[in-house]
Write a protein that binds this ligand. Structure first.
Ligand code: NAD
Length: 412
């Protein structure tokens, strides 16, 4: 049995605790979420019927700063998944060293069944229900699966109806609505920096590297475009409708244009159609899950042919699969490092909102790059000193920072 998403995160966390030799009381405190809010959101559907949607916000830890984490809309959202994602945010913000804690939210909803105005009503109803628990110094949501700049703009607007003009309540807003340049691309750009750092350390280059990517939404499509620009061959991409493969390298700008025009990859006919499951076992250098959690399992880990797994998605690798990959010498670049670009530029957006000042894109991208280089150096140092995997080293560095803040503030 692979275990639930939250169990998986806690097992990874426990490996970090064990390597650091923490006492059980501290471990228990660091594992336990601070607050969980469950809501039932009732909206009037376009046809006049009533829609009832369950939502969660889990605030995991705020020793280092306000709770921070995305908001996803998906049918699979449940309490366990949100608990797992909230905890991951605590370790991600600590590892990349932005002054936040960790949180996550989600609404159990299939956006393909909802009109734009229904998504807007659902978002506004969520804010009406949870506005007392969020805020620029309390808890700052951001986009995640099926939520984008538009959803963040509604969230900002509705929160401001209760508390006055307050753009810093949420990040990932459109640039014209107090968002930051570079935020849309940030998670994909961070993935590119993470992969470059790890491969350069091994004496390898991005140029000419064969990469297969599951998920062609915000993260997957930006990572594909940026890696393509660096000369990597994106040999396969997929989304919820299926995948496409060309061992000589896909024409990524054409794939992107198709998705912008059609809404998804379905009907792309310039490459061989493959299933999402086949994508994981393709002959490539880098496998990049950039969609949902729990996709690399005991069932397929032995068949992964890539040398690197770049965890662009949150929690894509189950605990047993991680051990299989590690034993086979596959380097897993853990989610808390690989996909930390989004929260890093979210921090820059929040900072700009608070200062009522905007930075230019060069400044944003340079500062993002610097944080990825620094975090990689720190991870390498721990890997060498402690003889542990990249994931354990990343968790150790993050846990040490959260522990230190907890102790210094006297929160124990
Ligand atoms: P998105 O909604 O923009 O895109 C999701 C993509 O995954 C789409 O292409 C969708 O078709 C595909 N997908 C969904 N279900 C699938 C399935 N069952 N099989 C195959 N493909 C499927 O979401 P996103 O923002 O790109 O997020 C993707 C992942 O990255 C999530 O795990 C998210 O938590 C993580 N992440 C996102 C950000 C961010 O800034 N957006 C930051 C850090 C981590």
């Amino acid at each position: 049995m692979s275990g639930s998403a939250y169990e998986t995160t806690n097992k990874y966390l426990q490996d970090g605790f064990d390597a650091l030799g923490l006492n059980p009381k501290t471990e228990h405190m660091l594992k336990t979420p601070s607050r969980e809010v469950r809501v039932e959101l009732v909206i009037t559907r376009d046809d006049g019927s009533v829609g009832n949607f369950i939502g969660y916000r889990v605030q995991h830890d705020n020793a280092r700063g306000p709770f921070k984490g995305g908001l996803r809309y998906a049918p699979s959202v449940n309490r366990d998944e949100v608990q797992s994602l909230a905890s991951l945010m605590t370790w991600k913000t600590a590892l990349i060293d932005v002054p936040y804690g960790g949180a996550k939210g989600g609404i159990q909803a299939d956006c393909r069944d909802l009109s734009t105005s229904e998504v807007e009503r659902l978002t506004r109803r969520l804010v009406e229900t949870v506005h007392e628990f969020i805020g620029p110094t309390e808890d700052i949501p951001a986009p995640d699966m099926n939520t984008d700049g538009q959803v963040m703009a509604w969230l900002f607007d509705e929160y401001s109806n209760f508390h006055g003009f307050e753009p810093a309540v949420v990040t990932g807003k459109p640039v014209d609505v107090h968002g930051s340049v570079g935020r849309d691309a940030a998670t994909g750009r961070g993935c590119m920096f993470a992969l470059r750092e790890v491969m350069n350390y091994d004496g390898e280059q991005l140029e000419g590297t064969d990469i297969a990517i599951q998920g062609f939404g915000n993260v997957g499509s930006w990572a594909a475009r940026l890696l393509h620009e660096k000369g990597a061959n994106i040999i396969a991409v997929s989304d919820i409708t299926g995948g496409y493969c060309d061992p000589t390298g896909l024409d990524i700008p054409a794939v992107y244009e198709h998705v912008v025009a059609e809404g998804d990859l379905e009907t792309f006919d310039d490459a061989d159609a493959i299933s999402n499951e086949e994508l994981f076992t393709l002959d490539c250098d880098v496998l990049m899950p950039a969609a949902i959690g729990g996709v690399l399992t005991e069932e397929n880990a032995d068949d992964v042919q890539a040398d690197y797994v770049l965890e662009a998605a949150n929690g894509p690798t189950t605990y047993p699969a991680d051990k299989i990959l590690e034993n086979r010498g596959v380097t897993c670049i853990p989610d808390i490092y690989a996909n930390a670009g989004g929260v890093t530029v979210s921090y820059f957006e929040w900072t700009q909102n608070i200062q009522h000042f905007s930075w230019n894109e060069t400044e944003i991208n340079d500062q993002l790059e610097e944080r990825f280089v620094d975090a990689h150096e720190a991870i390498r140092q721990t890997m060498e000193e402690e003889d542990v995997s990249m994931r354990v080293a990343a968790f150790m560095n993050a846990i040490e920072r959260v522990c230190h803040a907890t102790e210094m503030r006297g929160l124990q």
